[in-house]
Design a protein around this ligand. Sequence first.
Ligand SMILES: [Zn+2]
Length: 209
Amino acid sequence: MVPVSVVAVPSPLHTVLRGYKDAAVAEARRRFSSLVELLLAGFVARHGCCVERVVGGVVDMVVPVPPTRRPGRPPLAGLGPAQWSGRVRPVLARGPGPLRHLAASRHGYVMAGRQAAAEVAGRRVVLLDDTLTTGARAQSAAVALSEAGAGPVTVLVVGRVVRPGRSAVQAAYWDRVGAAGFSPDSCCVPGCPGIDTVPGLTVPGTEKS
Ligand SMILES: [Zn+2]
């Protein structure tokens, strides 16, 4: 699993990651969506090579995780990074099985038709989700892809969610990770070159001097 960021609850970033799909006002959803899109594009511009190292080669296909409750198109489907344009394929659908928070489900997701299953066979897949807490949902989606014959499946999540107020373990984790702060130039993949490859996308205050 490769997280773009680690996000505490509550925090402004968590509001963005919930609000881009759930905010009551359309204008707010649009603004939050632009932020999510920018965050993803900036990450892939800098760390697409890191993701490829984890995947084990060129990313053949980017599969957004469908919404848990309502049916329909995954909210991230239209926000896939431009660098991977044409490779974003919403081939998963919500399945008949339950999707619980703590345990992965074998039938939580299914392939969206026979054509979708044929499409993923043997492909290196990046499974894209907005937030990840326990990982049960992403794992359920990865199972569906693997059973359809996908090659390696790597989860790319915009925000790895931490609730420091909920347990001592999460508080300790947040103390360590939160203290390090967010830098667009580095990621969690070992050997990350950590170079700013896209001038102009640098977050103010993080410019190299
Ligand atoms: Zn990196």
